[in-house]
Design a protein around this ligand. Structure first.
Ligand code: AMP
Length: 397
C-alpha cells in the first residue's frame, strides 16, 4: 500500500482529495471540525517535507451548480485555524482561478479549491475535468475515505493522470488497514456484532464476513426476523417476514462455516414505541401480543459480554436497541462498555457504519474503541467485500 511515507514532497505540490464536507450552522460557521482535524497529519507531512498543498473537497449536494451556501470559502478560516497556517482560497476548482493560484503556490503554502461539486463533471467522473484537476499538482493523494466508494473525477478518475506519483493519505491508509484487520489479518477469535433495524440492510455484509469471523452477535431489530423464523413469538416487534427464509439460510451457512451465532435470549419489551412506554423483560421468543422488543435484556447482555471479552478482534455495526430513546439505550451502552474493556485488554475494535458511529459518539466511546470509521457508505461497501474505486485507482498504477 503506497502511503505518503513513500514520497518526499520537497518542492512538490501535492493535490490532496480531502473530505471537508463539514456541518455548517445558519451563519456558515463550522460546527464540527473533526474531518478537518482528521486530514491534518497528511497535510502537515507534505508541508514538513518542504512541499505545498492543494486541497480539494466537496461540501453538501449542490448538484453540479454553483451555490454560495455551499461554498468552501466559509470554511477557509477554520481550516487555517486547525492547520495553524493561513490557507489561500481559489474561487473555482478548475480554470484560470485555480491554475493561477496553484502556479503561485510556494513551498509551505496551502490552497483550498472551491467546491468540486459545483461542476456536474465531478460526480459524473468526467475525464477532461479530472485532467484539469490533475494539472494543479505533481503528486495525487487521496485522503477521503467517505467518498472512496464513488468513481468521481477527484476520487478515482484523476488517479490515472498520476502514474507512479499517487498514494493514500494517512487517514485513508488507517481506514484501509482497520478494515483489513477485520477481514484479513485480525487475531482470532474475530467477533462481529451486527445490530440495527433490518436484516435486509445487513445481509450482504453478513454473507461476506461469515468466512472471516468466528462469532456473530445479532442484536437490535434484526433479531426478531431470526426469532420468528425459528418459531418464536415476537409480539409486535419489528420483523421482515419476507426475510425469514434468508435468516434461516444465514444460520445454516454460519453453522457450516463454523461461525457461532449468538442471538438474544431475553429482551426489554415495551407496549409502545415510546420512551415512556410500560416495559417488561421477556424471553425473546415469548413476547406477548401488543408488546415489542426494543432493547437487549440482562441475560443477553451478560452472554454477549462473555463473547466480546473473549474476542481479540471486534467489529461493531449497528445498535442493539433503540438507543435514541433513553429507556432502550442500556443494551447499546453495555456493548460499548464490554468493547471498551476488551480493547483495554488488547483486542482490536472497529466501529463503523451510520448509527453505531452516532451511538459511540453519543455515549462517549470514541476513545475507548481502537478505531471509529469515518466513512459510512464506503465502510459498508468494504465490509460487503466490494472493491472501492477510489482505493483501486491508487493501487493499480
Ligand atoms: P441501522 O441504520 O440499520 O444500523 O439501524 C439503526 C436503527 O435501528 C436505530 O435507529 C435503532 O433505533 C434501530 N433499532 C435498534 N433496535 C431496534 C428494535 N428492537 N426495534 C426497532 N428499531 C430498532
Amino acid at each position: 500500500m503506497k502511503t505518503l511515507d513513500n514520497f518526499d514532497f520537497k518542492n512538490k505540490k501535492a493535490i490532496i482529495r480531502v473530505d471537508f464536507n463539514v456541518p455548517l450552522d445558519k451563519d456558515f460557521n463550522v460546527t464540527d471540525t473533526s474531518r478537518i482535524e482528521a486530514a491534518k497529519p497528511t497535510i502537515i507531512k507534505v508541508l514538513e517535507d518542504g512541499g505545498s498543498v492543494v486541497l480539494m473537497s466537496h461540501l453538501g449536494r449542490p448538484k453540479g451548480q454553483s451555490n454560495p451556501d455551499m461554498s468552501l470559502k466559509h470554511i477557509v478560516d477554520k481550516v487555517s485555524e486547525v492547520l495553524g497556517i493561513e490557507v489561500k482560497f481559489a474561487e473555482d476548482c478548475i480554470g484560470e482561478a485555480a491554475t493561477t493560484a496553484s502556479n503561485n503556490l510556494k513551498s509551505g503554502e496551502v490552497l483550498l479549491l472551491e467546491n468540486l461539486r459545483f461542476h456536474k463533471e465531478e460526480e459524473l467522473g468526467d475525464p477532461d475535468f479530472a485532467k484539469e484537476l490533475s494539472q494543479l499538482g505533481d503528486i495525487y493523494v487521496n485522503d477521503a475515505f467517505g467518498t472512496a466508494h464513488r468513481a468521481h473525477a477527484s476520487t478515482t478518475i484523476i488517479a490515472k493522470y498520476f502514474k507512479g506519483s499517487k498514494c493514500f493519505g494517512y487517514l485513508l491508509a488507517k481506514e484501509i488497514s482497520a478494515i483489513e484487520k477485520i477481514l484479513k489479518t485480525g487475531e482470532k477469535p474475530v467477533t462481529a456484532i451486527l445490530g440495527g433495524a433490518k436484516v435486509s440492510s445487513k445481509i450482504t455484509i453478513i454473507e461476506n464476513i461469515l468466512d472471516k469471523i468466528d462469532h456473530l452477535i445479532i442484536g437490535g431489530g434484526m433479531t426478531y426476523t431470526f426469532v420468528k423464523a425459528q418459531g418464536g413469538n415476537i409480539g409486535d416487534s419489528i420483523c421482515e417476514d419476507d426475510k425469514m427464509e434468508l435468516a434461516l439460510t444465514i444460520l445454516s451457512e454460519a453453522k457450516k462455516k463454523g461461525v457461532t451465532v449468538h442471538l438474544p435470549i431475553d429482551v426489554i419489551a415495551a407496549d409502545d414505541f415510546d420512551n415512556n412506554a410500560n416495559t417488561q423483560i421477556t424471553d425473546v421468543g415469548s413476547i406477548p401480543d401488543g408488546w415489542q422488543g426494543l432493547d437487549a435484556g440482562p441475560k443477553t447482555l451478560e452472554m454477549f459480554g462473555d463473547v466480546i471479552l473473549a474476542s481479540k478482534t471486534i467489529l461493531w455495526n449497528g445498535p442493539v436497541g433503540v438507543f435514541e430513546m433513553e429507556s432502550f439505550s442500556k443494551g447499546t451502552i453495555a456493548i460499548g462498555n464490554y468493547i471498551d474493556k476488551a480493547t483495554k485488554e488488547g483486542a482490536f475494535s472497529l466501529v463503523g457504519g451510520g448509527d453505531s458511529v452516532a451511538a459511540v459518539k453519543q455515549f462517549g466511546f470514541e476513545d475507548a474503541v481502537s478505531y471509529v470509521s469515518t466513512g459510512g457508505g464506503a465502510m459498508l461497501e468494504s465490509l460487503e467485500g466490494k472493491s472501492l474505486p477510489g482505493i483501486a485507482a491508487i493501487i493499480e498504477d
